[in-house]
Each structure stands twice: as structure tokens, then as C-alpha cells.
Design a protein around this ligand. Structure first.
Ligand code: NAD
Length: 315
């Protein structure tokens, strides 16, 4: 039995789907909050409900007693903790949402992992912890004491807290620094979704830093592969970058969207946004040593996203 928090979220949904398809029993938790359209979360859950091995509980992670009751009932051997308040830009205007879900909620799930002596606790961190790091590509051995957003600061705090629990209580913990995840059922606040929607509605897209941005756009199935690898390698206290093997220029990524939509985007170039960074590029050697090998390039990945978007929204 594997407990997945954030099961109705973008990555959580794909992870749960893969796990149940592979024959695992999964208990999913999510509070279905309204950070973005909850109907998208409900639609993801409706798919998961079709699998025999999937059980869902709507719950806020900060509800420690509620979590405890669920864990006492299902006795998960492993936890994958993905639920969080995501998004760098939103953290500029809604700091308390991050304090609540990413600090208090994280501690609540970590305490559960400790009390229930789970074999492995894998949790979502973020490439944003590299903040103002000027050295590229970002490596796990780089210093990460220069966060540029509250979101990044909460994710770094999660890594330190998990490390502390590993040292104090012998809990196996692996933190995954995700690099710009995209794919079908993706998040409405992220670039691929925003750009696709705007182009189809004939609106200009907002591109920051004059488009001079580089990202390791990572297809969600590759992310799921990496999560499964770390779930099956319990280790005392590890951190892994989990990204694509090559970095793309944002303008090339936009070109891929245009090709798939058969339309040119009208671009509204904007200055760099506070909290954002011009390049996030992953050194993935460490996870590769466990066997991680991302397979999906942006041609195939963007195509699958656009097909899903057109089907789902009937455009
Ligand atoms: N998608 C990316 O590119 C990316 C990059 C770096 C890190 N991450 C991290 O990966 C994880 C998953 O991200 P995602 O893209 O699937 O985001 P998402 O927002 O789609 O999923 C997160 C889910 O957690 C749930 N949630 C939030 N607060 C909760 C709470 N207090 N109690 C219960 N449920 C709660 C939300 O309802 C949502 O369904 C997050 O921790 C995020 O910070 C994602």
C-alpha cells in the first residue's frame, strides 16, 4: 500500500494512475483546493476511481488527526508526498497559503511517516531551491541558501526538515527537485497551459525576460519513472534533481506549441518577474545512477499535451 498526497493534482494523478495500473494498492489524499479550477482535479479523480486499487480521502494535510486515522486504517508501507501550494508567482501575493500547506502540512505528513515507521518517504521539492545560483547546470552538491521566492524557501525548508527526521529517527527520505513538469492534465497556471489557451482564444501570450529563458521541460511520464525509482530505493537522506536531459530555449518551446496549434502566437514581451530565474537546467547524473533515463522530447510531449487540451476542452 502506497499513500500519495496531492493525488488529485497534476503529478499525483499521473503517479497514482501508473501505480494502480502496475497493480499497487494506492490511497490518495487531496483537499481539492481552488488554487486552480477544482473541476480539473475532480476529472482526474474520476479516472482514478475506475481503478480497483485506488481509494481516495478528501482531507487537508494539516489535519494531523484525520491523516492519522487514514494511515491507521490503510497502513501504507511507503508515502509519496506531493501535496503542496505550488507556483512561484502566487507566493508573492499569497504567502500564508505556503506557510500553511508547505510548512505545517509537510510536518504533519512527515510526523505520520515517522510514527507509522514507513519504509520510505519520498517528497516533492523543486528546482526553485537553486534560486540565484549562477552556476549551470544545477547540481545537488551546489549551495542552496539563496532562495528567490517564499515558495522556494518552503521547499528548501522541507529538505532540511526531512534530513533532520532522517538523522533523528532513522526515517528513509528522498526529496525530488522537479524541473518544469509538463504533459496532459497539466496545471492551468503553467506556461504550456497558459500559452495554449491564449493562442486558441486569439489573445497574446505574456513572455517574460524578453523570452531569454531556458528550462529543462520534463514530461510527466519521465517524472513518474523517477518517482517510482526513488520509491523503490529507500535511503537515509537523499536529494535528487529530476529533469529532462536537455534544456530548451523558451522560444523553441513556444515554437513547438505554435506548430501543434497551426497558429503563430502574438507575443507580449515583458520584463523579468520578481522571484523568477532566467535558467533552470538540471544535472541529472545522480538519479541516472539509479537508472533514470528521461525519454520524451518536447516534440512528442507538447503534441500529447495539445491533443489532450483539445479533447478535454473540446476546442
Ligand atoms: N509541476 C511542476 O513543474 C513542479 C515543479 C517543481 C515542484 N513541483 C512540486 O510537485 C508537487 C506536485 O505539483 P503539481 O504540479 O502536481 O501541483 P498541483 O497543484 O496540480 O498538485 C498539488 C495538489 O495538492 C493539493 N493540496 C495542496 N495543499 C493541500 C493541503 N493542504 N492538503 C491536501 N491537499 C493539498 C492540491 O489540491 C493539488 O491537487 C508540488 O509539491 C509542487 O510544489 C511541481
Amino acid at each position: 500500500m502506497i499513500l500519495v498526497t496531492g493525488a488529485a493534482g497534476f503529478i499525483g494523478f499521473h503517479l497514482c494512475k501508473r501505480l494502480v495500473a502496475d497493480g499497487y494498492e494506492v490511497v490518495g489524499i487531496d483537499n481539492l483546493n481552488a488554487y486552480y479550477d477544482p473541476s480539473l482535479k475532480e476529472a482526474r479523480l474520476a479516472i482514478l476511481a475506475g481503478f480497483k486499487g485506488f481509494t481516495f480521502h478528501r482531507l487537508d494535510m494539516c489535519d494531523y488527526e484525520g491523516l492519522r486515522a487514514i494511515v491507521d486504517r490503510h497502513r501504507p508501507a511507503r508515502i509519496c508526498h506531493l501535496a503542496a501550494q505550488a507556483g512561484v508567482r502566487y507566493s508573492l501575493t499569497n504567502p500564508f497559503a505556503y506557510q500553511k500547506s508547505n510548512n505545517e502540512g509537510f510536518l504533519s505528513v512527515l510526523e505520520i511517516a515517522r510514527c507509522c515507521r514507513v519504509e520510505n518517504f519520498v517528497y516533492a521539492s523543486s528546482s526553485s531551491v537553486y534560486g540565484g545560483n549562477a552556476k549551470l547546470p544545477f547540481s545537488e552538491s551546489d549551495r542552496v541558501d539563496n532562495p528567490l521566492s517564499l515558495y522556494a524557501a518552503t521547499k528548501r525548508s522541507n529538505e532540511l526538515t526531512a534530513h533532520c527526521y532522517s538523522r533523528l529517527y532513522g526515517l528513509n527520505c528522498s526529496g525530488l527537485r522537479f524541473f518544469t513538469v509538463y504533459g496532459p492534465w497539466g496545471r492551468p497556471d503553467m506556461a504550456l497551459f497558459l500559452f495554449t489557451k491564449a493562442i486558441l482564444e486569439g489573445r497574446p501570450i505574456e513572455v517574460f525576460n524578453g523570452g531569454k529563458m531556458k528550462r529543462n521541460f520534463t514530461y510527466v511520464d519521465d517524472i513518474v519513472d523517477g518517482i517510482l525509482l526513488t520509491l523503490s530505493h529507500p535511503l537515509p537522506s537523499e536529494i535528487y534533481n529530476i529533469g529532462n536531459s536537455r534544456a530548451e530555449d523558451l522560444m523553441d518551446f513556444i515554437g513547438e506549441i505554435e506548430t501543434n496549434l497551426g497558429t503563430k502566437a502574438a507575443i507580449d514581451f515583458r520584463p523579468m518577474q520578481a522571484g523568477d530565474v532566467p535558467a533552470t537546467i538540471a544535472d541529472i547524473d545522480k538519479l541516472s545512477r539509479l537508472g533514470y533515463a528521461p525519454k520524451t522530447n518536447i516534440d512528442a510531449g507538447v503534441k500529447r499535451f495539445v491533443q489532450w487540451y483539445r479533447d478535454y476542452y473540446r476546442v
